[in-house]
Design a protein around this ligand. Structure first.
Ligand SMILES: [Zn+2]
Ligand SMILES: [Zn+2]
Ligand SMILES: [Zn+2]
Length: 387
């Protein structure tokens, strides 16, 4: 209670701070930090808990490596059952219709090449997209605190269970989710470090004085006509509205409870990691176009850990599967637990259409389940210049 909160007490109008029992500075408001001290919890706030030594306040300690898997890594066995490799192709009418829709979606394109152009050749260049998704659970810990209101205090009652021994309820596979769990046997009670167990802190608006310069007389106590200021009764100061003249406010950290419960939180996070591979085709259509369309699903496989796809007609797809399955198993077993994997192969149809218009050859592509069109060399991109 005898702690000085500032060194130069103003001689005027100082009121006694009810919390600290000291006259508060009346004139200049000291910066808030010199009153409050550092806001970060001191090191001795948190005890050492065996199994949680790397835990820091506010998190940021990184994810915790899971225990070694109880099931051995899968070894590739047999190829997936051979699907029916039906290669769809589109009709000339479908190509024309998609082309017309595309051109009409561009406000300035003339439709003349669509109407007058003559299709000379249509060729299918289908390609494949391989996608691997890995659904993981990651765990991290952080020291936390909350106002102490009589919660169970159990630190040291028995050893805390390890971070991966605590049961969490996972969501459905491939759904993102996060859960925070108070780690049992880590809770202890500490004096609030921000208010030093007082439950209140000096008001920052009035620097703890409970009053401030009267706005009517600007501190003089008199009005222009030498009359006493009626607003402050000649004091020159008025009560601080932030603290109702108390000079102090309830501590935000302990919400006035004076004590904090310190404990470790376990944060469990479920997320889906995704990688894709699109096989190179010879159509000439740029690959990035294919990222925006869907294809026909040829193969789908979901299990705890998938086997790389084998025996697929396109060797690059099988290789991508081999590589990505291996990558995911290495990458996502270091700091997380793999709960499920899913792999798919889609066939993305691409049709290259060649046509002649006004004696010159042009090309467009129709691709994806959506019959999306790409026509980089469209000859009439400005309707005003084409008659
Ligand atoms: Zn006044
Ligand atoms: Zn105040
Ligand atoms: Zn406090």
């Amino acid at each position: 209670m005898e702690r000085p909160i500032a060194s130069d007490y103003g001689p005027y109008y100082g009121t006694v701070n009810p919390v600290y029992g000291l006259p508060a500075p009346a004139m200049a408001a000291a910066p808030a930090t010199s009153i409050h001290g550092p806001s970060a919890p001191p090191a001795n706030m948190f005890d050492t808990v065996p199994g949680y030594e790397g835990t820091i306040a506010g998190g940021g300690g990184g994810y915790l490596p899971p225990p070694p898997p109880s099931v051995p890594m899968p070894v590739p066995e047999q190829a997936p059952s051979s699907p029916n490799w039906h290669i769809p192709s589109i009709s000339e009418d479908q190509a024309r219709e998609s082309f017309a829709t595309y051109v009409s979606s561009k406000c300035c394109y003339s439709s003349a090449p669509v109407k007058e152009g003559v299709i000379t050749n249509m060729e299918s260049f289908n390609t494949y997209r391989y996608r691997l998704e890995t659904f993981t659970e990651s765990r991290s810990t952080e020291w936390s605190q909350e106002p102490y209101t009589g919660q169970p205090v159990d630190a040291g009652v028995q050893p805390a269970p390890g971070p991966w021994q605590i049961a969490a309820q996972p969501p459905a596979f491939f759904q993102e989710h996060k859960q925070t769990i108070k780690v049992p046997y880590t809770s202890s009670v500490k004096n609030c470090h921000l208010c030093l167990g007082m439950g209140r802190n000096p008001c920052t608006t009035c620097a703890g004085s409970g009053n401030k310069v009267c706005w009517v007389c600007n501190g003089s106590g008199y009005r222009q006509s030498n009359d006493r200021c009626t607003h402050c009764n000649g004091r020159g100061r008025e009560n601080c509205s932030s603290c109702s003249g108390n000079g102090s406010r309830q501590c935000d950290t302990c919400r006035g409870k004076r004590q904090l419960l310190a404990f470790i939180n376990l944060i469990v996070k479920w997320s889906t990691e995704k990688d894709e591979f699109i096989a190179q085709d010879l159509s000439g259509l740029r690959m990035e176009n294919l990222e925006k369309v869907s294809g026909k699903e040829l193969f789908k496989d979901a299990q705890y850990m998938v086997y790389p796809v084998r025996g697929f007609p396109d060797v690059s797809v099988a290789q991508a599967s081999e590589r990505l399955v291996r990558d995911h198993q290495v990458k996502y077993t270091q700091t997380s637990l793999i709960l499920q994997q899913r792999q798919t192969i889609e066939l993305i149809p691409i049709t290259k259409v060649k046509y002649m218009w006004k004696g010159k050859p042009y090309v467009y592509y129709v691709y994806g389940n959506e019959f999306k069109v790409n026509a980089d060399d469209y000859p009439a991109t400005c309707c005003c210049s084409v008659m």
